[in-house]
Design a binder for this molecule. Structure first.
Ligand code: BDR
Ligand code: CA
Length: 340
């Protein structure tokens, strides 16, 4: 039976591909999309989600979520203004799809999440690929939803890497308090940080093959991916220039890993890929995960304690992915987006 999934997102080029993958793969039953402030303000991320739904000729409902991060600029020293990342913009304001003629549901995403999970039999998974504001708010309103979420797959954070500041990944940096509330909750969590998503890049050559599959979904996805690749070429200070110290099989080893300029990650789609086939993640480690919320240089940073140094008083809070099978991921995209 197909997995019931709710997707919380902030489209966003990679969010758009995640939505399409969830709609196309028969093993996923996408129940709803909730939107959040993130890559853009929530009216824009909602419009973009609706554009994708319309493009896919889908009936999946879209619920508009939070306009602002929970705490936002209340922390002294925190940089003002959100979204706080513009350096490496591979999204644009609006997805290059026809303007939405369909509309979002009237109910707010947070109330929808509370109601849907509380009424469920605990059989719905949650994929979260934007800032965690909606989920944290839902947890504050009704903490019992934690026991109703079957599994939460989160794209966010970085163990060895960062892309929004020197220390933090975008989704956690955009709302550190929300990320902390979710980490501290007993929801069963799998986190896919940059360490995993950077290992699941699609190359320019593969992207051309994706385009050549010829379906509207494949062509649109490949346009998005090309934008991501081109953007990384221009911003050579970005994630492709990052040197990830990591050897498969160990967490703290020192093999130098370097990205080439001819590829890009599609971060959010990996969360859906994991729900379709968990073997797309090749290393998953238990950790106690915390988030820095102090407003300083490490603001929003994910701190994953794989050594579980505090094991006598801090529980394991999540499984954290550290590596991925890029070939399997790309094959999954081809198989689904190329489907007539
Ligand atoms: C995350 O940040 C956003 O820009 C992407 O959509 C993705 O969810 C990657 O750090
Ligand atoms: Ca996103």
């Amino acid at each position: 039976m197909a997995k019931k999934v709710i997707l919380d997102c902030d489209p966003g080029s990679d969010d758009a591909i995640a939505i399409m993958l969830a709609m196309k793969d028969p093993s996923i039953d996408l129940l709803a999309i909730t939107t959040v402030n993130g890559n853009r303000i929530v009216p824009k991320t909602t419009e973009n989600a609706l554009r994708v739904v319309q493009f896919m000729k889908s009936k999946v409902p879209v619920y508009r979520g939070c306009e602002n991060p929970i705490f936002c600029n209340e922390i002294p020293g925190r940089k003002p203004g959100l979204p706080r990342v513009t350096l490496n913009d591979c999204h644009g304001d609006f997805l290059p799809l026809p303007e939405a003629r369909i509309t979002a549901e009237k109910e707010h995403a947070v109330f929808f999440l509370v109601k849907k999970f509380m009424e469920s039999d605990g059989d719905i998974s949650l994929a979260s690929v934007g800032p965690l504001t909606n989920i944290a708010m839902a947890l504050r309103i009704e903490p019992r939803i934690a026991g109703k979420i079957k599994e939460m797959v989160i794209m966010g954070g970085g163990h060895t890497g960062a892309n929004a500041s020197a220390a933090a990944e975008f989704n956690f940096y955009a709302d550190p308090e929300a990320a902390k509330i979710v980490m501290d909750s007993p929801i069963p969590k799998v986190i896919l940080p940059l360490d995993a998503t950077w290992r699941a890049c699609i190359t320019e050559e593969q992207n051309q093959e994706l385009h050549d599959l010829g379906t509207p979904e494949a062509i649109f996805a490949s346009t998005m991916v090309q934008k991501r690749i081109d953007n990384l070429k221009v911003n050579d200070v970005s994630e492709h220039n990052f040197q990830l110290r990591h050897t498969p099989g160990t967490v703290a080893s020192a093999l130098l890993y370097r990205y080439d300029n001819d590829r890009a990650p599609i971060h959010d789609a990996l969360a859906i890929a994991y729900l379709i086939d968990p073997t797309v993640i090749t290393e998953l480690a238990d950790a106690n995960v915390d988030i820095d919320t102090y407003g300083g240089p490490c603001d929003g940073r994910m701190v994953a304690d794989f050594h579980n140094t505090k094991k006598f008083w801090d529980p394991i809070t999540a499984k954290v992915a550290l590596n991925a099978d890029a070939e399997k991921f790309v094959e999954m995209l081809f198989r689904n987006l190329g489907k007539k």
